[in-house]
Design a protein around this ligand. Sequence first.
Ligand code: ATP
Ligand code: MG
Length: 723
Amino acid sequence: MDPATLLDGLTERQEEAVTSTGAPLCILAGAGSGKTRVLTRRIAYRCAGGSAEPRHVLALTFTRKAAAELGRRLEALGVRDRVAAGTFHSLAYAQLRQWWADNGRRPPTLLERKAGMLARLTGGAGGTRLQPADLAAEIEWAKARMVAPDDYVEAADRADRQPPLPPSAMASLYRRYEDEKRRRGQLDFDDLLLDCVSALTQDRAFAAAQRWRYRHLFVDEFQDVNPAQAALLACWRGPSPDTSTDLCVVGDPNQAIYSWNGADPTQLQQFSRREPGATVVVLDDNFRSTPQILAVAGAVISSGPGSGNLLRARRPEGPLPWMRSFDTDGAEARGIARVLRDRHRPGAPWSDLAVLTRTNAQLVAFERALGAAGIPFRVRGGGAFLSRPEVKAALAALGQPLAPLTTGLLDMAATLRGPVRASAPAAAVGLDLDLGLELDFDGDGDNEDGDEPAAEPDGPAAERLAVLEELVRLGRDYLALEADGTVAGFVAWLGATLRSEPPRASLDAVELATFHSAKGLEWPVVFLAGLERGLVPISFAKSDDARDEERRLLYVAVTRAERELHCSWARERTVGTRVMKRQPSPWLEEIEAARAALAAGAAPAGPTEWRSRLAKERARLRGARGGAPATRSRGQVLAGGDADPELLAALKSWRTGAAKAGGVPAFVVFHDVTLATLAQARPATREELLTVPGLGPVKAERYGPALLEVVATHARSRAGPGP
Ligand code: ATP
Ligand code: MG
């Protein structure tokens, strides 16, 4: 390809990033600003111009999905099959195999799941509440940070870890795990990185050969690099200052979402400090999303600590992002399925649409609703429900095909309730063993190549448990239809109910994905479902750092949308067999503020103006500041006429009580203007209430029933006694 055509359609800044001769080069930019585009164009440009030979180029990223995306874009530029591209793990594995072969060594076998070995090693600790998955996750964290067993206690203390065992016991288990693994001649996935580092460090000839082979290194999503990967990258570059390798990294500090798993975003943030000769290019235009979607994204991220860079939108205006609440999670999934169907028109394929949730378990409701509606879908990330290993194992443990489902299901439910899955008596049914010993507990369920971080923080344990609870729930639904149903009947029913399309790249299907697995991707229409407290942020994100990471995760999710963004939450959610009342995510307030600011005026003009408008709306929504209520573009319930003075007095008196009960000043509950609007609108339902300016979902949840009661009581008193 002619180098000049590779610069077509780039902004000046992007062109600078593509053509810069700086090395190392760091491209810092927000979501959707063309980082991946610039990275791939730069590779093609260098190859076309002759300043890089394709066979000496290595393009790296972190997950298989991101690597696939990188590969797709390189292919479009005509260089895919000439340059090496993949994940850190896949490249390390390839080099190690070479090294083993060169040294006449038999390749060690790969230990795909740590949990089995850990369960055996802790087998003696009967009666404990240990989850092998949590232990595996903790060891993975240590190995990602290159912390050896001897250094674990100190490192865990410094990082404020909350390990599943006391730190010294954790260190000892970690040591025994490493010894046992080496004794068996096995490697785990983390060892691929670490052993490749040792091979390159010990064997100078081997290192020189690898550096000769790959002398142009490109890394996408650099904010997610962990210390083990950074060390490998340093080995690939060779000792400074005479490294001849050129390096280009791109990333966005606001999208660092894998710190829980050992990633170290300071590698990106402090790049220019660590690399004195580095050239840094900053991109600040967003080409992916409408100004409306970026306004929401900016509101989410800028209310967090220290990150206020708002991206300039280059796309035309679009609709105001939607915000909806549903009575139940089932209603949410069905409601979204209806909108999906509506959005699918000639020229708008299914693949333009995506539903994103915080956890894998939440996706099951969508598999079901889309299956029922006959909408083709594909599950990205943890894999479709029925192909998840824990689901397969649990189904196999239910019993013979013709056995009644009730028995197996009761066993399974009992097992899930039991505190100790590795040693509870219910292990006799086989489910425990399958869960704890046989399954992939250290990855995200589709991790056979081991080149991907696990999809969920917390540990995969809670996620898997939630998935199995979903299975029990589905079993109950099936038994409600067929009281004496068999195991085989259940499996057939599941197959029909959760009808997923086989994973064919060409298939036109709606994408279902977790926030984590959506990173780097984009769709014209995106639904963010289950935006509830406990999910967004996730309940186990307790520290400030963990909550900040959850906020960035929501920012990643919002910025996947190109044209339409639909946000929703459910007032009631069935988790396993429990029905739980839900509250909206605390960050919906930020989204509401952005929506109100958008509805009140034009799209954000400049960052400064927008920021002040947003701050004003936030304050107004919190009832902390006055000002006339914003006019809203969506349907309002404002009944004609003035505020009813008696109702206004009743509302004020209610507010006095609510403020006293909450120990806050009255204006924090509601501003006078909001009460006046309520007294004018006299809403009778929650939906009507939500159209009153100043009343977002958070306040509607907290005060809605009481407000509706005040209005209803007033209406009854006005109507007087019946005839
Ligand atoms: P993320 O942070 O989500 O990984 P990114 O910074 O890598 O995003 P890209 O995916 O490269 O951004 O680009 C976002 C979208 O904008 C893509 O569809 C890309 O093709 C498009 N795009 C980028 N630059 C331009 C441009 N100069 N003109 C038109 N479209 C562009
Ligand atoms: Mg990208």
